[in-house]
Design a protein around this ligand. Sequence first.
Ligand code: ADE
Length: 232
Amino acid sequence: MNKIGIIGAMELEVEELKSKMQTPKITRKAGMDFWEGGLNGANVVVVRCGIGKVNAALCVQILSDLFGVTHVINTGVAGSLNAALDIGDILISKDAVHHDMDVSPLGYAPGIVPQLDTSYFPADEGLIELAMTSCQRVNPDIHVRTGRVVSGDQFIASKEVKNRLISLFRGDCAEMEGASIAHGAYLNGLPFVIIRAISDKADDSAEMDYPSFEKAAAAHCARLVEDMVPRI
Ligand code: ADE
């Protein structure tokens, strides 16, 4: 039977999902609370992993080893790297890459993890499709598209850094966990998808916009995830 791991970095990204769970059992591990139970008729484990790539990677491994999840969904907010993605829009991952992995002095392109089969971790086609359909169903007024998630342990808030991420990686949104979750899912053979609502433009306006828009953006993603999980 399917068991879906749902990861958000921050409490506001998972609080709505947790509040809707039936008979949750809470297990604490590595400083994270794993909420296991029913959500809209599906078996899920919802967890706030904390911010950044180390927290995210540890979380995926625990979901795999301790909870035996069959699928992984990452929900949350992100900065836009694509002029076609405005604040409030939603991006569903096609793939994800670490923008702060850099072994270029040894001849590897930025983002490439040496000695790994892939560094642009592909999201599961079925989950992408389900996420797109659920988004159109529950958020019909919200613009949604698929694209590339670029992740690093860095809040992107300058035009120069943003332009670098666009030119080097052709990223559509920037955040701080997705590629780690994708990487961990890939190593464990788990299908995954990343669902991110845009909270800012990852440029000089990001510090101002982010606090104003993060809550509404996170809520849109949560609604989508809730609709999607029983269909997996
Ligand atoms: N999450 C939301 N906005 C972000 C940004 N600009 N950079 C990194 N992570 C983010």
